[in-house]
Design a protein around this ligand. Structure first.
Ligand code: IPE
Ligand code: IPE
Ligand code: MG
Ligand code: MG
Ligand code: MG
Length: 295
């Protein structure tokens, strides 16, 4: 099997796991549940649960315990996208090849669908306790999930991001925003994979550092694609950053330098992974594929 075929197969398996944790659309709150499922089933690369599963495998994990956490991280990520697209934030009308949640269901329902997904994520992750009541790593994983999503992670990063629309930013400030708004969820994904597989503290911290770089490179590539990609390939509008007068890695350093930096930062992540006592060749190939991804 080629890497592309293997990636497709594994992403489809991840998707099945995610689907198994989605709510049934029934009751008086049916519209809310439809709006939540609309964004969750619209597509997407499923990168974060995939990274979680592959890091779990890297440390020898082979159980079921990772599954509710895989669904949870994708719910949190999807919540961040639904809210990121709102008129008050980036005001975008397409996501994952479809109209955004607020365009289809209205703004109030999109806000609630985002909230609903964020909360359902923790409800879902907590199901791991019933699967292995004695496993102390579940509590540790849950703490990482909450911390990296919150004020010191994704939500904190998004707040600094939107507050600085239209303002010039130093490289340091931009780096701070990217490490929070994007790297934090990738750190959380990979750290949880490692923690649930029983990795020790030092190894989890190495995984965190590799994930931090993978996330930074991922966001810089996202900035490049906003300028060089097509809506067809991306499933979301191009030139969204320009529309919002955003200072991005590309506006500061230019697209060419940005591409070189994506390579260098990803190479550093791969070196950090190579220092671990165990190996996952598929994970390494995935990190390399992200450098030149088209969506
Ligand atoms: C988009 O993430 C938001 C960023 C952090 C750049 P993805 O590019 O992973 O979006 P999906 O999940 O594939 O739609
Ligand atoms: C968003 O960054 C990162 C999130 C936490 C959602 P962007 O605003 O650049 O993401 P896209 O380009 O809309 O996917
Ligand atoms: Mg944004
Ligand atoms: Mg956006
Ligand atoms: Mg973007």
């Amino acid at each position: 099997m080629t890497f592309e075929e293997e990636l497709k197969k594994r992403s489809e398996e991840v998707q099945e796991i995610i689907y198994s944790y989605l709510p049934e659309e029934k009751g008086y709150q049916k519209t809310l549940l439809e709006a939540m499922n609309y964004s969750m089933t619209a597509g997407g690369k499923r990168l974060r649960p995939l990274l979680m599963q592959e890091t779990y495998r890297l440390f020898g994990g082979s159980g079921e315990i990772v599954k509710p956490f895989m669904a949870a991280i994708e719910m949190i990520h999807t919540h961040s996208l639904v809210h990121d697209d709102l008129p008050a934030m980036d005001n975008d009308e397409y996501r994952r090849g479809k109209k955004t949640t607020h365009v289809v269901y209205g703004e109030a329902m999109a806000i609630l669908a985002g909230d609903g997904l964020l909360n359902l994520a923790y409800e879902t992750a907590c199901r791991a306790f019933a699967m292995e009541p004695e496993n102390v790593n579940i509590g540790k994983a849950l703490a990482v999930l909450a911390q990296k999503t919150g004020i010191g992670g994704m939500i904190g990063g998004q707040s600094v991001d939107v507050l600085n629309d239209g303002k010039p930013l130093s490289g340091d400030m931009l780096d701070f925003i990217y490490r929070l708004k994007t790297s934090a969820l990738i750190e959380s994904s990979m750290m949880i994979g490692a923690i649930l597989a029983g990795a020790g503290e030092e190894q989890v911290s190495r995984v965190c550092s590799a994930a931090n770089d993978i996330g930074l490179a991922f966001q810089i590539r996202d900035d490049i694609l906003d300028v060089t990609g097509t809506q067809q390939e991306l499933g979301k509008p191009v030139n969204s950053d320009e529309k919002n007068n955003k200072t991005t890695y590309v506006t500061i350093k230019g697209a060419e330098r940005a591409k070189q930096d994506v390579e260098a930062i990803s190479a550093r992540a791969l070196e950090t992974l190579a220092d671990l006592p165990l190996k996952n060749v598929f994970l390494e190939k995935l990190v390399r594929a992200l450098i030149v991804r088209k969506n």
